[in-house]
Design a protein around this ligand. Structure first.
Ligand SMILES: O=C(CO)COP(=O)(O)O
Length: 228
């Protein structure tokens, strides 16, 4: 059975850093182990070292700059995140867009370093163009639904279906869907529509009981995969 991808983007929520960021990582690691599912966490750059030393689940950066080593004040390079213990990075999130040439530079460097990459797109028409840069996965998220609590699965299922059709034209790249994912049902629908998993932020980062939320996501994801 193929495993669903559950990617939790910490963003900069107040639970994303310090002790709380670390505790959340440990909680998600527990769920991951208990359910034998891969849960990826994309954490603030400053938390990569601390979290990756303490948990076994994949830790990603939320952004990297494809710049060469040298005089680039404030840049976070693929080499930096690898050295800090990251397994990969998000790229081109709607909240952190990147020029296409910069993305190509970053992806080439990441590949050389053996880092995974999840490239975000805001529309299905970009799945093939971005897919042809061969990241590990494409994460499709309609920006207007991000943080809204209204899921792409329910509000715009056609975005997922179209993206799934498109990704089939590019071999070896996974397709994840996100934006507004709030319930196990949202996760179930997304995977039933053909995605390989989901990306989520607010429903986990703002939850009183993130364990419960992620457990329900994983359970429904497994159910959907089982029925495929
Ligand atoms: O941007 C997202 C994940 O990268 C999705 O955010 P929300 O889950 O808050 O809609």
């Amino acid at each position: 059975m193929k495993k669903p991808i559950i990617l939790v983007n910490y963003k900069t929520y107040e639970t994303s850093y310090g002790k709380r960021g670390l505790e959340l990582a440990k909680t998600l690691e527990r769920v991951s182990i208990d359910t034998s599912t891969e849960i990826i966490i994309a954490v603030p750059a400053t938390m990569i070292t601390r979290i990756s030393q303490e948990v076994s689940i994949p830790v990603y950066a939320q952004h990297v700059d494809g710049l060469p080593e040298g005089a680039h004040t404030g840049a976070v390079l693929p080499e930096h995140i690898k050295d800090a213990g990251a397994r990969g990075s998000l790229l081109n999130h709607s909240e952190r867009r990147v020029r296409l040439d910069e993305m190509d530079d970053a992806l080439k460097r990441m590949k050389k370093l053996g880092l995974e990459s999840v490239v975000c797109v805001d529309r299905y028409e970009l799945v093939v163009p971005m897919g042809l840069l061969y990241p590990t996965a494409i994460l499709i998220e309609p920006p207007e639904l991000i943080g809204s609590g209204v899921s792409v699965s329910k509000a715009k299922p056609e975005v997922i279906t179209n993206a799934v059709k498109e990704i089939r034209k590019v071999e070896g790249v996974y397709l994840i869907a996100g934006a507004g994912i709030s319930s196990g049902e949202d996760v179930f629908i997304s995977i039933k529509l053909g995605s390989d998993g989901i990306g989520v932020a607010s429903a986990v980062m703002k939850a009183k009981d993130p364990k419960k939320v992620v457990e329900s996501f994983v359970l429904e994801a497994l159910k959907a995969i089982d029925q495929k």
